[in-house]
Design a protein around this ligand. Structure first.
Ligand SMILES: N[C@@H](CCC(=O)N[C@@H](CS)C(=O)NCC(=O)O)C(=O)O
Length: 201
């Protein structure tokens, strides 16, 4: 198993975290994005989007962090992390979709603007961050986990950019249920962080 990885990418962190929780041995291939290594012809042959993460295993090439999470759970027969029953599966996929739209366009983009100087609209991304945090907070007020009353790949997919929303200069103090959920994820056996995650005290 090979993970094409950039250390400050929250999308890559989802995969590093899942691999660590599952205790799966793998090789990490570093992709230096500041040197444009994600746009070389060799890398584009692996992921035509020119983005990280990408993943290779047994001849399968998978890109998109959500797709890789699904693959890892299935490959290791972890129906606890990605259920097989239609209702449970749909509940998880709903949050995978939320991760790629609401969480990406809000906290991930706001962070990228501040941290990596992306020339995008900070105010708009911060508003979308507040919207996403508000939705998560409302949902998590009466639930410990996003789906199926247990930790699943839905939580892993939504966690990194939600936990780092403050890096996009959004005040996270109103979102108490989100904060409690972040702490539950950070207490999972096998949890690993990355720079600024967990949030320094
Ligand atoms: N939906 C993809 C998004 C991947 C993505 O946008 N990765 C960023 C780093 S976090 C990237 O490689 N950006 C480079 C670019 O857009 O050129 C996933 O979840 O893996």
């Amino acid at each position: 198993m090979k993970l094409y990885n950039a250390p400050l990418s929250g999308n890559c962190h989802k995969i590093r975290l899942m691999l660590s929780i599952l205790g799966v041995k793998h090789e990490v291939v570093p992709i230096n994005m500041s040197k444009g290594e994600h746009k070389t012809p060799e890398y584009l042959a692996i992921n035509p989007l020119g983005k990280v993460p990408a993943f290779e295993d047994d001849g399968a090439v998978i890109w998109d962090s959500q797709a890789i999470l699904v693959y890892l759970a299935r490959k290791h027969d972890r129906t606890d992390w990605f259920p097989e029953d239609p209702a449970g599966m749909a509940e998880v996929v709903k949050w995978l979709s939320f991760a790629t739209h609401e969480v990406w366009n809000g906290p991930a983009i706001a962070r990228a603007i501040i941290k990596f100087k992306r020339p995008l609209d900070l105010r708009a991304a911060q508003k979308l961050t507040q919207d996403a945090l508000g939705i998560l907070d409302g949902w998590l007020k009466t639930r410990a986990w996003l789906a199926c009353s247990r930790p699943t790949i839905a939580d892993i997919a939504c966690y990194p950019y939600t936990a780092m929303a403050w890096e996009g200069e959004v005040d996270m103090t109103p979102y108490k249920a989100v904060d409690a959920w972040i702490k539950r994820i950070e207490a999972l056996p096998g949890y690993i962080g990355m720079p600024n995650m967990p949030r320094p005290k």
